[in-house]
Structure formats: structure tokens, C-alpha cells
Design a protein around this ligand. Structure first.
Ligand SMILES: Cc1ncc(COP(=O)(O)O)c(C=O)c1O
Length: 450
């Protein structure tokens, strides 16, 4: 490694960082992370903190998961790469597809299409959804519906169904035929409705209305996160996703569950769809599938959709889609080891228990600090706090405020994430109760500094 003076002098000089302005990275140099173990990361100056971001919602098993590291090293020696395009495959990806078929059986998802990450998995689902309708002879079903506040990655298709202007405006025009309905976000919504069950019904009515307005026969799919993540952790009422699934089914619209964050235990259930008792037509996965140690993803496909493709003799089911790294053998080996560890450690159970503690801790902070307008969570290890300048009017906090809390919390022992007015927490699922308390204490200091 180059010495620390060199790294600090060149920090952000010759690279652009995602999700921030280049000028911001130069003015506020990013933390240079150089090491990690367990649920902790260490920076260039040797300062060590609990990583309450969990990498980026993906290091579910922490930084010291030896079986995944060993599997990657072994596979690099055995077969570091080969393509899975027509005519060739590899042993690891065959085994992984069978494992995933077992894992997702309760969700009714039985086939996998492999990708290099979450945005790829979303793009794959959107494209295959259109193709499904063309195979069935309903070529006019091309539109996509989604939720405002939803996040579906940054490819052109994903950005088009995204429900946050930050990821859209500078890249418009986006894909035509994408329409958004209000999210079941109790703190702020166009209906001024704070009751989660009533709000869920209103959002479902808005969806029904939009379907009727667009025309059922023009819509290919509805895409949603079972719990909205990057948009500020918005858990819908339990009636919402089943209600969406029922409307989709009634109208011949495919349901795509974007499980890039929620799959593999984060919500306390093995998948977000399972948490709500829904069987989607597609599920997009990535992130924790390899514990973040290798960029990899899988779009899971329901049996009924798969049969439509597999039965077709017309040629319309030929998949004109795929990535050079689809089914990468090193990624597949990492995913196999990661799935085994994920199940062996039953991380979903720990996520549920530690998630309750974290949520309670945040509610206690809200009782103490006026800047915390809303606390969201209660389903595993995904929580958020929305910061306000004034609780009565819900006026958002000044831009600098979340950053100040983050900085002081970091100095006090926890890395947290800022996204707009929200502080978002998505720690590894192997967190202990003591780690939860470190995060709460660090945030307490952050808010006390305001
Ligand atoms: C729900 C959801 N979908 C898609 C993505 C995009 O994944 P990636 O950044 O791996 O492309 C993310 C990333 O955070 C996500 O949270």
C-alpha cells in the first residue's frame, strides 16, 4: 500500500465517486477504508468503528467470513472464468442454480438468470417481463408501474422505474411507458394519511386507478421493493404487497419483487416477499448473495413464467440478453459458500432480534432529540431516521445536519449512512446486542452535538 500522505493527497483526485458531486468529494474527502474484520471497518488513520451500513446493505455475514473467502480462492485456482453464453457452462453455476431453487421454493421461484449486480438483475426482470408477454401473444404489454420513493438501481430501465428525482432528472428522457404511484409512506403522502392500513388501501386504489387509466392490456409489470430501502426504509402495511399481488394477478400484470436488499434474511424473513406472504413472478437479487465479496446477482423466475419460455417453439423465447459475467464461476462459488453460511448461521433470526433492539434504541433517541422527525424499521436490520428542522411542520433538516450527525457518530464508533434527510442503518446480520448499543450511543453523541 502507498503511504498515507500519498493516499490523502490523491483522494478523489483521479476518480469520481457514485452518488455525489465530484466537487463534493474534493471538498469533503471520503474516508479511506483500509481494513475490516467481524462487523468493524478500519480507516487509514487506524480508527475502527462498527459498520452500521454493512458495506452497502450487502456484507450480511461480516468481513471475516472465511468459507466465502476460501471458496473464492479455490475457484480462482480451479477455473477463474468461463462464459455461460450459448453452448458452455460451469460446474459451480449448475450447483448454485439448484441451491437457489431450493432456497426460493417457498416463493415459487424455480429458475435463475445470473447477473453482475442489482441493477443488472432489475434490467433482466424488466426485459424478460416484456418478452413473456410477447411470447404469450400480448405484445402490447410494454409499460411498467412502480412506486414513488422506490429504488431499482441506475441502468436506464431501472432509473426509469425509480421513484426519486435525484436519480432521474439529469438523465432524462428516460424509458417511455413508466408510471409511478404513491408509496405507502406514512410520514409524508399526498393523502395526508398517517394510518398505515388506511394508507395502504389508498395507494392500492391509486394503483387500480392507474391500471384502468393506462389500460390493463398495455402493462407488462409492476416492480416494487417489499420494504423500500434506499428511499428511506419504508415498510408498508402488511396488507400492501398482497394487495398489489392481487391487483397484478387480476389484470395479467407480472409482479417483480426487487429483493436486492431484502433477500437472504435482512428483514428477519428469508425474503421480503415471504415476509408478506406473496409469490412474485420475478425476484431481483444481488448484494448479500456473495456477502459482497464478489459482484454477482440472480434474477429468480417463477415456475409459470419459466414454463411459458421453455414451452415456446416459435423462437420468441430466445433470450437476447445476458452479461459477460453472467454465471461467473468465482461468483457462483462465492454464492454457494455464502448461502451455506447464511443458512447455517440462521442470520434471519439474528436480524429479527437485533433489528428489534436497534429499532427500540432509535425510538428512545427520538424521544430525546427533536431533530428526529420519524423513525422507521421494525422488520429486521433495516432502519432509518428522518431528520427535521421542526417536528410540527415536518420541515426537512438543513442539508448539513445529517452529515454532522454522521461525522460525530463516526468519531464515536459507528459508521452510518446519510441519504438526503435520512440516516439509514443496514448493519451486518451477524451484529451482537453490544454492537447495537455502540451504534445507538454513537448516534446519541451525534445528535447531542447539534
Ligand atoms: C432495491 C435495489 N435494487 C437495485 C439496486 C441496484 O443494485 P446495484 O447497485 O448492485 O446495481 C439496489 C442497490 O442498492 C437496491 O437497493
Amino acid at each position: 500500500m502507498k503511504d498515507s500522505n500519498y493516499l490523502k493527497a490523491n483522494n478523489a483526485r483521479s476518480l469520481w465517486h457514485p452518488m455525489t458531486a465530484p466537487s463534493d468529494s474534493l471538498k469533503n474527502p471520503p474516508v479511506i477504508v483500509t481494513g475490516a474484520h467481524g462487523v468493524r471497518i478500519r480507516d487509514l488513520d487506524g480508527h475502527e468503528v462498527v459498520d452500521a451500513v454493512g458495506g452497502l446493505w450487502n456484507v450480511n455475514l461480516g468481513y471475516s467470513c472465511q468459507p466465502v473467502k476460501d471458496a473464492i480462492a479455490r475457484q480462482l485456482d480451479q477455473l477463474p472464468y468461463y462464459s455461460t453464453f450459448r453452448g458452455t457452462t460451469n460446474d459451480q453455476v449448475i450447483e448454485l442454480a439448484e441451491e437457489l431453487r431450493d432456497f426460493f421454493a417457498p416463493d415459487g421461484l424455480t429458475r435463475a438468470f445470473f447477473t453482475s449486480g442489482g441493477s443488472d438483475s432489475v434490467e433482466t426482470a424488466l426485459r424478460l417481463a416484456r418478452q413473456y408477454h410477447k411470447i404469450r401473444g400480448e405484445a402490447g404489454r410494454t409499460k411498467f408501474l412502480s412506486l414513488k420513493k422506490g429504488y431499482h438501481g441506475t441502468h436506464m430501465g431501472g432509473a426509469s422505474v425509480n421513484g426519486n428525482a435525484n436519480f432521474r432528472t439529469q438523465y432524462e428522457p428516460l424509458l417511455p411507458g413508466c408510471f409511478h404511484i404513491p408509496a405507502p409512506y406514512t410520514y409524508r403522502n399526498p393523502f395526508n394519511e398517517a394510518d398505515p392500513a388506511r394508507l395502504a388501501q389508498m395507494c392500492l386504489q391509486a394503483l387500480e386507478d392507474e391500471i384502468a387509466f393506462q389500460g390493463t392490456g398495455t402493462i407488462a409489470a409492476f416492480i416494487m421493493e417489499p420494504i423500500l430501502g434506499a428511499g428511506g426504509v419504508i415498510p408498508p402495511h402488511e396488507s400492501f404487497m398482497p394487495g398489489v399481488a392481487a391487483l397484478c394477478r387480476k389484470n395479467g400484470i407480472l409482479l417483480i419483487a426487487d429483493e436486492v436488499i431484502t433477500a437472504f434474511g435482512r428483514t428477519g424473513a428469508w425474503t421480503g416477499s415471504r415476509l408478506w406472504g406473496v409469490q412474485p413472478d420475478f425476484a431481483c437479487t444481488a448484494k448479500a448473495i456473495t456477502n459482497a465479496y464478489f459482484p454477482f446477482g440472480a434474477t429468480m423466475i417463477a415456475e409459470g413464467v419459466a414454463e411459458m419460455f421453455e414451452r415456446d417453439e416459435s423462437g420468441k423465447a430466445a433470450i437476447g440478453h445476458g452479461y459477460t459475467y453472467s454465471g461467473h464461476p468465482v461468483g457462483a462459488a462465492a454464492a454457494l459458500a455464502c448461502l451455506a453460511e447464511t443458512k447455517r448461521q440462521k442470520v434471519n433470526e439474528n436480524a429479527a432480534a437485533r433489528g428489534r433492539e436497534l429499532h427500540e434504541g432509535l425510538l428512545a433517541l427520538q424521544a430525546k432529540h427533536a431533530a428526529i422527525g420519524d423513525v422507521r424499521g421494525g422488520h429486521g436490520l433495516m432502519c432509518a431516521m428522518e431528520l427535521v428542522a421542526d417536528r410540527a411542520t415536518k420541515r426537512p433538516a438543513d442539508k448539513a445536519v445529517p452529515g454532522k450527525v454522521q461525522q460525530v457518530a463516526y468519531e464515536a464508533g459507528a459508521m452510518v449512512r446519510v441519504s438526503g434527510p435520512n440516516i439509514i442503518l443496514s448493519p451486518p446480520l451477524v451484529l451482537t446486542s453490544a454492537d447495537v448499543q455502540i451504534i445507538i450511543a454513537a448516534l446519541d453523541k451525534g445528535f447531542a452535538s447539534l
